[in-house]
Design a protein around this ligand. Structure first.
Ligand SMILES: [Zn+2]
Length: 597
């Protein structure tokens, strides 16, 4: 044993096991225990129990158990001695070492970290006070990174000199091999110690415990060095694939919100903090790794990507899905206005930054949106192409149910039968799928009607002239349509409120969903699609021999259906088909080929 036994017990007595575990696991009180999701195995319901009185934890799922020292050892992957040291430091207890003291590794690590801490401070003071840092201060002030922000994030400035930092650290008693081991300096060709960073704004990078382990250095605009950012190379205390910039500041909020935001750059993280969103971290010049996800999983189950996740392509997508499954995390993507990164938005529109996080969409939804948004849906060929492209992306996802649900959405959007696309989703063919354009006519779907209801609420003028009752074959959407039509005649108040005022419970439910649905389709194309579907259905449902006049009218309708698929003639055709439909539906005693028969 390396410490006096009394010390260990003193640390234990001064430490709340619930408080310590809560830094990693969200716990709720259940009787005398605290319960949460086990951090040592993957689970969906909480089997992990902690009890303050006994100072012990136990998982009934994986049998992990122990006291506060075991917990810290297991979760931080450190040895017993380090766990005692860590908790002692937290409780402000000075340990008495019995034999040999700390392990050599531990001592070396402490030495390296204390050199880093001295460098952080030295760079920081240079930034705040030195005349040669004026340009750096101006640059930071322009970007809202001066003052309290610079102090909170310990920003610094590395002067444009060969060895200013090295000289300072040597004077402070640090050995030269410490400086090179930690990546602050290197021995140059002239066999002299030279600083690694020069004429750069310095972003210190801390471990999640708050130990300084590395730097990211940014040149000033117009600087001589072509590399905009330079990061510390890996050292004994710094592993890029395991380090997330900002986690030390973010982790409390991450645990509280069960959500972590992953950015690309240091200034993005700071931008989020400045906008009041204090749960952002960044990878340090690498892409997100499995190690990162494993670390983040200890703190939260929801990961929001705040960078252009699509640029990483299909390979990245497959990794994300795999990690979602393996670590039981949900990956979603925040969408920012074009060309803006979080750092920019924090200055120009902090509210939009927070909103982008609230509105983050699941990763697959994001990928699918990329494929479908802004694409024309005029011709059957357009729709088929879109369906094929979307299904290719959807089929990257490993979960068949998820694939089917997305396939259903695409089916509604392009007007294909849900069953057709769902079948493609079941097979998950790696090959591009081929969808026959002719299939458009039948089987659409409450979904298309729901989209029409949604557009009525969101863009009445653009779709209302193209809709009639006969287009709604599903019962509740039909009643919703009639409710909206009635509500539209009330002159005061909003359409939605007026409609909710007269709606029955089922209609109310669909209206409430439709009002907030995120529909990104041209309203007229939705209407045209519904018209085409309805006319085809009626034509194919004739159950008795038609009279000659009907035969002529039906032939006209078929011609108009062709015209509906031609951009130039579509609107005129839609008008004439609406008249045809109205005549069919409203004739007393009817000509009898509507589905009510
Ligand atoms: Zn467990």
């Amino acid at each position: 044993m390396a410490f006096v036994e009394d010390d260990i017990e003193r640390v234990r007595a001064s430490t709340s096991i619930v408080e310590i575990i809560q830094q990693y696991v969200a716990l709720r009180k259940a009787g005398r225990n605290w319960v949460g999701l086990c951090p040592f195995h993957t689970e969906k319901s909480g089997s992990f129990n902690v009890r303050e009185e006994t100072g012990r934890y136990k998982c009934f799922g994986c049998q992990a158990a122990g006291d506060v020292f075991t917990f810290v050892q297991e979760i931080e992957h450190i040895d017993f001695v380090s766990s005692v040291e860590k908790l002692a430091a937290r409780a402000n207890i000075t340990l008495t070492y019995t034999t040999g003291g700390e392990s050599q590794d531990r001592q070396r690590r402490k030495k390296l970290i204390s050199a880093m801490a001295e460098a952080v401070n030295w760079y920081h003071q240079r930034l705040l006070h030195s005349p040669d840092a004026r340009a750096a201060r101006d640059y930071l002030r322009d970007r809202g990174l001066a003052g309290d922000v610079a102090r909170h994030f310990q920003l610094g400035y590395a002067p444009d000199e060969w060895d200013a930092l090295s000289q300072h650290l040597v004077k402070k008693g640090f050995a030269t091999d410490v400086l090179s081991d930690v990546g602050l300096a290197f021995t140059n060709k002239a066999n002299r110690l030279q600083d690694s960073f020069r004429a750069r704004i310095m972003f210190p990078i801390f471990s999640d415990n708050g130990d300084p382990v590395a730097f990211g250095g940014r040149i000033l605009p117009g600087g001589a060095d072509p590399a905009k950012y330079k990061n510390s190379s890996e050292t004994k205390i710094y592993f890029k694939s395991k380090t997330l910039y900002g986690l030390n500041w973010a982790k409390n909020d991450v645990v509280k919100a069960d959500q972590v935001i992953v950015c690309e750059g240091y200034t993005d993280v700071i931008g989020f903090h400045r906008s009041g969103v204090t749960r952002a971290v960044a990878t340090c010049g690498t892409s997100l790794t499995e190690e990162h996800v494993r670390i983040l999983k200890r703190f939260a189950s929801k990961v929001v990507l705040a960078f252009d996740a699509d640029a990483a392509g299909q390979g990245a997508a497959e990794k994300f899905y795999e990690w979602e499954k393996k670590y039981q995390v949900q990956v979603s993507v925040a969408k920012f206005p074009d060309g803006k990164d979080p750092g920019d938005l924090a200055i120009s529109d902090p509210a939009a930054l927070a909103a982008a996080i609230d509105e983050a969409v699941p990763f697959l939804g994001f990928r699918v949106n990329r494929v479908v948004s802004g694409k024309p849906l005029r011709s059957p060929e357009d729709r088929a192409r879109l369906a094929a492209q979307a299904m290719e992306v959807i089929n990257e996802h490993p979960d068949v149910n998820v694939r089917k649900l997305y396939a259903g959405e695409i089916a509604a959007r392009v007007g294909l039968p849900v069953a057709d696309l769902s079948r493609l989703a079941e097979r998950r063919s790696a090959q591009p799928v081929v969808v026959a354009p002719v299939a458009r006519g039948v089987g659409v779907s409450e979904n298309a009607e729901f989209i029409a209801i949604s557009l009525l609420l969101q863009s009445w003028d653009n779709i209302a002239p193209w809709l009639i009752e006969a287009l709604f074959v599903s019962e509740i959407p039909r009643r919703a349509f009639l409710t909206l039509a009635t509500a539209s005649e009330i002159e005061t108040g909003s359409l939605l409120n007026n409609a909710l005022g007269i709606a029955d419970p089922e209609v109310r439910e669909i209206l409430e969903r439709a009002a907030v649905a995120d529909i990104d389709v041209e309203p007229s194309s939705v209407a045209l699609n519904l018209i085409g579907v309805t006319v085809r259905r009626i034509l194919s449902q004739r159950t008795r021999i038609a009279i000659p006049e009907e035969i002529r009218e039906d032939r006209d309708a078929r011609v108009q259906l062709e015209n509906l698929d031609n951009e130039r003639t579509a609107l005129a055709a839609a008008e004439s088909l609406l008249m045809w439909l109205a005549a069919r539906t409203f004739q007393p005693g009817g000509r009898g080929d509507n589905s009510e028969e």
